[in-house]
Design a protein around this ligand. Structure first.
Ligand SMILES: C[S@@+](CC[C@H](N)C(=O)[O-])C[C@H]1O[C@@H](n2cnc3c(N)ncnc32)[C@H](O)[C@@H]1O
Length: 293
């Protein structure tokens, strides 16, 4: 029997992932795993699609497909993920940054009147560093403080800052939320854990079995972190500064009520492309936040 071509390998890999329940991600995940196994980019893969594959490479690819079929996250297998315009290192110590969280970055940027200003940013519960680093990449004179309670997550975030040449403008602090942090800040952003505890065991295996529970569990109704985070934003924001917190797609009304209870002057939701409120945007008295809807 002749050796399989790259195209055959990709087709078989995608079929195995489809059989494992990966649906519409099967093809793109198989392609990404073939890139990882071969060290080749998309264009080089395209150019080789009819050529026969070396047996060692076919074995290496099969091993990656087996891991993905067992529902290990793609980001853990390849070790990174694209977020905003950045490439971020991902390990099992951090939440894999999601496209949803780009709504927080967009909302924070929309709230900034002058992108060249020397802004001070606080990212509470930074995980991989995704939000803070994306903002620093867009705001050339800004500096950030990023906190997390997990030392292991902060080690990943530090590596991501270095990997994206942003280390000089970010300081990492291991603490609970913003305990011990002094402001004031122009922007306070956060993507805290917001999944209701009882829902976690119903999530996809990639999340349920592989992501840190500390990054997911938002207490009985998923909203437990927000009252404290809102109070901290109130303490730490400059007059005219803006807060942007990610929320679950069904938490918009509850989040607006919490913001109002915390004394926020102008709270509103930033919506994703599907029209779901995914970020709570707020300021306090004297704030000059930009309307988001
Ligand atoms: C949903 S993840 C968000 C990570 C990152 N900001 C992002 O958007 O991808 C939540 C993060 O909150 C952190 N965390 C949980 N409890 C915390 C606490 N009490 N203080 C600070 N960070 C906490 C977790 O370690 C995790 O990194």
């Amino acid at each position: 029997m002749s050796a399989p071509s790259w195209r055959d390998l990709l087709r078989e890999g995608a079929a195995a992932l489809r059989a494992a329940g990966l649906g519409e991600d099967a093809q793109s995940d198989a392609r990404r795993l073939l890139e990882a196994a071969s060290g080749l980019g998309p264009a080089a893969l395209m150019a080789r699609k009819s050529e026969a594959v070396e047996p060692a490479l076919a074995d290496a690819f099969a091993a990656l497909i087996t891991r993905r079929a067992a529902r290990e996250p793609l980001s853990h297998i390849v070790g990174s993920v694209g977020f905003w315009t950045l490439d971020l290192i991902v390990t099992r110590d951090v939440l894999t940054p999601r496209p949803d969280t780009e709504t927080v970055v967009e909302a924070a940027l929309a709230a900034v009147p002058d992108r060249s200003a020397p802004l001070e940013i606080l990212d509470i519960a930074t995980g991989s560093g995704a939000i803070a680093l994306a903002l620093l990449s867009e705001l050339p004179s800004a500096r950030a403080v990023a906190t997390d309670i997990s030392a292991a997550a902060l080690a990943v975030a530090r590596n991501n800052a270095a990997h994206n040449r942003l280390s000089e403008r970010i300081t990492f602090i291991e603490t609970s939320w913003a305990d011990g942090v002094d402001g004031p800040f122009d922007l306070v952003v956060s993507n805290p854990p917001y999944i209701a505890s009882a829902v976690i065991d119903t999530l996809e295996p990639e999340v349920r079995d592989h992501e840190p529970r500390l990054a997911l569990d938002g207490g009985p109704d998923g909203l437990a972190p927000y009252p404290h985070l809102l109070a901290e934003a109130r303490r730490l924001l400059k007059p005219g500064g803006s807060g942007v917190f990610e929320i679950g797609y069904d938490q918009g009304e509850a989040a607006l009520a919490l913001a109002s209870a915390a004394g926020a002057a102008k709270a509103q939701l930033r919506r994703d492309l599907a029209g779901r409120g995914r970020a709570l945007v707020f300021g306090f008295e004297g704030a000059q936040g930009t309307p988001q809807d």
